[in-house]
Design a protein around this ligand. Structure first.
Ligand code: HEC
Length: 193
């Protein structure tokens, strides 16, 4: 039983205690209301670089810089691509770029959807490893394949190209082969070019 005073009404014999919310609770409530406009203006009022999504982009960029610090600025040459397509850790970075930007058109496993199957031996625009980076940078088919230069870090282009190169020959069921059969990729150089 509560010692709180009773409210002075009763309905069908049901009475109600007068139990106010604790003072600290009410003040927390008031304080959060008073705080909210300042929070809103600070984080959502258009101040450059303050929104959560801006902070997230900054953190992502910072993370890539730290990661890419180790490998420097990669050029999409035959040797660089042949080397990195056999480096699981860096192919993994390429794979995460692929998962973020390419699945919608090329399928989860590269089996093809709107875009061609990337796991067979046939390609429309590709003969050599650097052609992969070229198609990714410049796009193809009048924008059916979008242009990624400027939207991806140059190292991301190289690493996603390495990932695409590594998918060849998995022959995942999907779109039928398009284009022509191309020569095998070259052997990787013994050490980082
Ligand atoms: C909006 C859909 C779309 C997205 C997103 C997309 N592609 Fe494509 N891609 C295409 C289409 C369509 C083609 C074929 C264009 C043509 O046939 O002219 C293509 C072609 C290619 C080719 C050349 C294939 C060949 O046979 O020569 C490669 C490699 C490629 N894309 C890689 C990627 C990568 C890597 C990404 C992510 C960074 C990506 N694509 C994102 C639609 C897309």
């Amino acid at each position: 039983m509560s010692n709180a005073p009773k409210m002075d009404h009763a309905y069908d014999g049901i009475e109600e205690f007068d139990n106010p919310l604790p003072g600290w609770w009410k003040w927390l409530f008031v304080a959060s209301i008073v705080y909210s406009p300042f929070y809103f203006i600070y984080y959502h009022g258009g101040g450059e670089g303050r929104s959560l999504s801006d902070l997230h982009s900054v953190a992502l960029a910072e993370n890539s810089r730290r990661q890419f610090g180790e490998i420097g600025d990669l050029q999409p040459t035959e040797e660089v691509l042949a080397y990195y397509m056999h480096e699981p850790r860096w192919v993994g970075v390429g794979e995460s770029v692929y998962r973020t930007h390419c699945i919608s058109c090329h399928g989860r496993e590269g089996e093809g959807k709107v875009g061609p199957n990337l796991t067979d031996e046939h390609f429309k625009y590709i003969n050599t490893l650097p052609d992969i980076a070229k198609v990714i940078n410049e796009g193809a088919g009048n924008g059916a394949m979008p242009q990624w230069a400027g939207r991806l870090h140059p190292n991301e282009v190289v690493l996603v190209s390495a990932y695409v190169a590594s998918m060849r020959g998995r022959n995942i069921d999907g779109r039928p082969p398009e284009g022509k059969q191309i020569p095998a990729w070259p052997e990787p150089p013994g050490e980082a070019p």
